[in-house]
Write a protein that binds this ligand. Structure first.
Ligand SMILES: [Zn+2]
Length: 162
């Protein structure tokens, strides 16, 4: 973590133990725990003050981070059904995945809907002067169905099913 993050961490500690913080504190703590990630240090700090009334020291942070990492490793033993977090676990990518899923459904559905729309029978009278519906291939009067096969246009093929 950076010195600025060390200062933030110490400010969070000060919120618990009313310590005063100066540049010397930031430098010293940065020497002792600057190699550790800030988010883990914050987690360690919170855990320390939930479990202890001792004024936190760098050694506490290092030890608790080791514990947190061991716990996470234990939890992350690969097991297929647990590959995705459950409904009530923290899952920062869930919203993203949902959004992607919705977008994918929408793009797939829109193709299907367009085809269904193209094949939908129009009320008679919507054909142009040549008897063309405007939705199929003008020369062949064929239109793609749901399975992407060309079928006689339901609207204007001369031999369309009645
Ligand atoms: Zn047609």
């Amino acid at each position: 973590m950076t010195k600025a993050e060390v200062a933030l961490l110490l400010a969070a500690a000060s919120g618990r133990d009313q310590r005063t913080i100066g540049d010397a504190d930031v430098l010293a703590w940065h020497e002792d725990i600057g190699d550790l990630p800030y988010d883990l240090a914050r987690a360690a700090l919170g855990r320390h003050y939930r479990e202890s009334t001792d004024r936190i020291m760098p050694a506490h942070v290092r030890r608790l981070i080791r514990t947190i990492r061991e716990e996470r490793r234990g939890r992350e033993l690969p097991s297929e059904p647990r590959a995705l977090p459950g409904r009530f676990e923290d899952d920062v990518t869930r919203d993203l995945r949902v959004k992607e899923g919705v977008a994918l459904c929408r793009s797939v559905l829109s193709v299907v809907m367009e085809r269904l729309e193209a094949n939908r029978r129009l009320p008679s009278g919507e054909l142009d002067a040549d008897g063309w519906c405007g939705r199929c291939n003008r020369d062949t009067r064929l239109a793609a169905d749901e399975d992407d096969r060309n079928t006689r246009c339901l609207n204007c093929h001369p031999e369309r099913a009645a």
